[in-house]
Every structure is written in structure tokens, then in C-alpha cells.
Design a protein around this ligand. Sequence first.
Ligand SMILES: [Zn+2]
Ligand SMILES: [Zn+2]
Ligand SMILES: [Zn+2]
Length: 273
Amino acid sequence: MSELEVEKQTYYGNCHCGAFKYSVKLAPINKASRCNCSICTKKGYLFAVPEKPSDFKVEAGEGVLKTYSFGNGIAEHKFCPTCGSGILVEAAKYNILVININTLKHGSFDIDNLEISTTDRVNVDPIYEPFTLSPSDTPEIPEGQKLYTGSCHCQAIKYTLTYPEIKEVRTCNCSFCSRNADMWIYPPIASVDMLDTEKNLTNYLFHPKRAYHGFCSVCGVDVVNRVDLHPTFKAPVRPINVRTIDGLKLDGLDIDKADGWSMESGPYKAYDI
Ligand SMILES: [Zn+2]
Ligand SMILES: [Zn+2]
Ligand SMILES: [Zn+2]
């Protein structure tokens, strides 16, 4: 039987805050693809491609999603402006629509046993250029640490970070982190300088205890967890999603997998709608 003859299933997904809900018909999900270009890396997309765009259906929140595009503008990245979840990428000119299956309901597929292929688009135009750090913005580097820079894709959010060499990061399967495939480190607040770009963050508070995620209002990339802004839980750290760090090779990092879904079951599950 060819792939297209496999009976399709209907899957359901939503942005984290639930303002946008969708269904999509796909062959049973046992494989998916990533793209290593700048935007797909920062967004942490995991893609499945419906046979035709009409296999995707908006169930709630028509018109809610915000669009980010760059370069030739053909690919439109659609994300929720309230919570930042990146739902899909559409190239209407070519009748192409791909779904970020990280936004499907938790447990829709077995993410640990997926066959994942990577599309190599690092050198496809437009080549992404990290921002240039000015001497006046360059911090002193404490002994034993390195200077990192990072940004969202549109660079409305930029930061410097001084930190020991990054070898291990934490991923989390909670409803929020899994939608962005976030990869976290936990530097002290003083080690991160947001270079006066905080005003371009949308801060999304969803957990009664500690999560206060800051994503770029323009491109939707999840950059930082502003736990320091939380009304009651004020940890002296500024967690950074290392997907946004310039030049960091993600493939070689050791991954500490946190089971946020189980640890925080009640409140987190409430957001998988
Ligand atoms: Zn949302
Ligand atoms: Zn890409
Ligand atoms: Zn941005």
C-alpha cells in the first residue's frame, strides 16, 4: 500500500491558551520532519504535511493567528499572539501547508518513537545573520564563562548571556514547553542582559505557580521565562531557551528530559484543550 492510501486519522490541536483550535487529517503519525533553518530551529517546529491544505480545518479562533514572514515572504508562519504557539507554516502561492505537530493534543502520537528526518535548509536564502553586538553592550565575562548572544528570529528581542560552556539543557514535556520544543538553561538574572528589548516581549502567565513565558510579539519565538515577573514565585533566574542562542549546535547537547506533564499534571493538562 502506498503512503497516500493509508487511512487518514483526524487529529486535534490547539495553541496553548486555547484561543485557536484546529483539526487535521493525517496518516497515522509515526514519522515527522524538522528543518534546520533559522526560523524552524528557533520555533522548534516538528512538521507533518497534510496531503492537501483542505485536510486542515479551523475549529475555533478563525482569524486569531498572527503572521510572521521574512525574506521573500512566501512562507507565512502563523502563531497565537496571546500564548506564542506556532501552529503552522503556509505557502499559499504553492498550495503548501505544514502543521507543527507539537501543538497537537498531548499523547496524539508517540514522540519518543517517531522517525524524524531533517531538511537541511541552513544555506537557503535568505541566510540568517545574527545581530552585531556593539562594544558598549558587551559585558565583562566572568572567569570560566563564555559570552553568548541570542535573539528571536526578527531580532526585536536580543540578549547577551555570560555562562559556562553550554553542554546540557533541559527539555520538558509539559503543555507549554512541548509546543515550542523549548530547551532550557537557568542562568542567574544578572547574567542575562536583554539589551532594552523587553518591551517587545509578550509575557504569558499560565501557571499558578511559576511559568511566565516571554515570547517575541513580532515573530512569536519563545525566548525567556520571566519567572522574576511572577506575582508570587520570584526565582532569581532568567531561564533562556537555547534555541535562540546564536551559533549553538543543538545536536551535540546532552538533554535532561523533565517530565513536566506528570509533575504538574492538573494545571498543565488543563491547557491541552
Ligand atoms: Zn494561544
Ligand atoms: Zn525551515
Ligand atoms: Zn522576534
